[in-house]
Design a protein around this ligand. Structure first.
Ligand SMILES: Nc1ncnc2c1ncn2[C@@H]1O[C@H](COP(=O)(O)OP(=O)(O)OP(=O)(O)O)[C@@H](O)[C@H]1O
Length: 359
C-alpha cells in the first residue's frame, strides 16, 4: 500500500488545449493518505472518472506526475501499479462460475489454491453470494454480476488502492446499503486506500472519512464530512452538501454587518471590505422564523419526519429553513432570523475568513 500524490497534475482530452474549459482536470496537487477511505463527490462531468483513471493508469495525464510513495508511476501500466478498480457496470467472465470469477485475480498472481479458496469464501460471504458460487455468471441478473465485480475488486489484499467508480448504480436500494456497510467494514479490517466515486452525497458521507469535492475539473475542498458541512470552502460545496443545501444570498459586507436587499443583519465577526461578488451563506437549520430580520416569503412546507423544510424566498433567491419537529412554527411570519455565528462570507464563490480569525 502507498500514499498517492498528484504533483501538478492536469488533463485535457484535446490535443492542444487553450481555454480553461478545455481541461477536464485543471492543475492540481493533492495527497491521498495511505489507508484513507475517500469519497470523490461531484456532479456529472466534473472529472471524477478522469481522475480515477489517471490513478489506475488507464489514462496518461497531459501534465504532471502521479507518485505512489516516492515512486513516480506516471508511465507505468495499470498492472504495474497494482490497483483494483470496480466500474459502474459489471465486468465479469460470463462463461466462468462465480467462484472462478472471484478467484481470477488471485490465480493470475499465482496464489496457492488453498489460500485462494479461503479468500474466495470470505469475499463471497461479504457480497452475499455463498449460495451461488458454483453457478455460471451468464444468466445472473445485472445486480448479481455487479456484486461479482465488487467481489473481484476486493479479493486481493496486496493492492495499493481500490478504486470504485459509482459501483452501486445498478444495485437495488436495500442491497446498496448492505454493500456500503461491507465496504466500510472491509476498509476497517484491511486498511486499504479506497477511493469511491459518487455523485450521491449520502453515499459519500456514509462511506468516507474524507470527502473530496470536485466541480468543473477542480478539487474545491477535501475534508471530513463534518468540516464540509460546517465550513464549506466554496459555494458549490455549501450548495451540494446538505439537504437542502446552504442558502446563498448576494450581500454587501461592512465590518460586522451584512446588507441584503435593503436589510442589515449582524455578523459574528468583522470582515475586511471584500472585492468581487459577495455572498453570505447559511445552513437552513441555522435560520428561524421571526418578527425581525430578513423579509421571507414562504412557498411551501414539507414534513420529512423528524423535521420540516420551509421552502421560500429571500430577495427573490430560493431560501430554506429546517425546523425541528418539536419546534412550533408561527401561523404567519414574514421574516427570518439568521444565527450570526453560522453565517459564512463568500467572495467570488470562495469562503473568506473574518479579520479576527485571519489575524
Ligand atoms: N474519452 C473522452 N474524450 C473526450 N472528452 C471526455 C472523455 N471522457 C470524458 N470527457 C470529458 O471530460 C469531462 C470530465 O468527464 P468525466 O467522465 O471524468 O466526469 P465525471 O465526473 O466522471 O462524470 P460522470 O459522473 O457523468 O461519470 C467531461 O466534460 C467529459 O465530457
Amino acid at each position: 500500500m502507498a500514499q498517492i500524490t498528484f504533483d501538478n497534475l492536469a488533463h485535457s482530452y484535446l490535443p492542444a488545449p487553450k481555454a480553461d474549459a478545455d481541461w477536464a482536470l485543471k492543475p492540481m496537487s493533492l495527497t491521498w493518505r495511505d489507508g484513507g477511505a475517500y469519497a470523490l463527490l461531484g456532479s456529472s462531468g466534473c472529472g471524477k472518472t478522469t481522475l480515477l483513471n489517471i490513478i489506475s493508469g488507464l489514462l496518461h495525464p497531459s501534465r504532471g506526475r502521479v507518485l505512489f510513495g516516492d515512486r513516480n508511476v506516471t508511465d507505468l501500466s495499470t498492472a504495474e501499479r497494482n490497483i483494483a478498480q470496480v466500474f459502474q457496470f459489471p465486468v465479469v467472465y460470463d462463461t466462468m462460475s462465480v467462484r472462478e470469477n472471484l478467484a481470477f485475480p488471485l490465480k493470475n498472481r499465482g496464489m496457492p489454491a488453498d489460500q485462494i479458496a479461503a479468500r474466495v469464501d470470505a469475499v463471497a460471504r461479504m457480497i452475499g453470494m455463498t449460495d451461488t458460487l458454483d453457478r455460471r455468471a451468464r444468466g445472473l441478473t445485472a445486480d448479481a454480476k455487479q456484486k461479482i465485480s465488487l467481489g473481484r475488486g476486493m479479493v486481493r489484499q496486496d493492492v495499493n488502492a481500490i478504486l470504485f467508480d459509482e459501483p452501486l448504480t445498478v444495485i437495488d436500494p436495500q442491497m446498496k446499503w448492505e454493500l456500503r456497510t461491507q465496504l466500510k467494514a472491509l476498509h476497517r479490517e484491511f486498511g486499504h486506500t479506497m477511493i469511491y466515486v459518487t455523485h450521491d452525497q449520502t453515499e459519500a458521507l456514509t462511506f468516507a472519512d474524507e470527502v473530496v469535492v470536485m466541480s468543473e475539473g477542480r478539487v474545491v475542498q477535501a475534508g471530513t464530512p463534518q468540516s464540509l458541512f460546517d465550513a464549506p470552502a466554496h459555494t458549490f460545496v455549501g450548495y451540494f452538501i446538505g439537504s437542502p443545501g446552504m442558502n446563498l444570498l448576494d450581500a454587501e459586507i461592512q465590518g460586522t454587518t451584512a446588507r441584503i436587499a435593503g436589510t442589515t443583519i449582524p455578523l459574528a465577526a468583522p470582515y475586511a471590505p471584500p472585492k468581487g461578488r459577495v455572498q453570505i451563506g447559511i445552513r437552513p437549520d441555522a435560520v428561524r422564523p421571526a418578527s425581525e430580520g430578513l423579509p421571507f416569503r414562504l412557498i411551501r412546507t414539507e414534513d420529512v419526519g423528524h423535521h420540516r423544510i420551509l421552502r421560500g424566498e429571500v430577495a427573490g433567491a430560493p431560501f430554506n429553513l429546517v425546523v425541528p419537529e418539536d419546534q412550533p412554527i408561527p401561523a404567519a411570519f414574514d421574516r427570518v432570523a439568521l444565527d450570526p455565528a453560522r453565517i459564512g462570507v463568500f467572495v467570488d464563490d470562495w469562503r473568506i475568513e473574518p479579520l479576527e480569525r485571519a489575524a
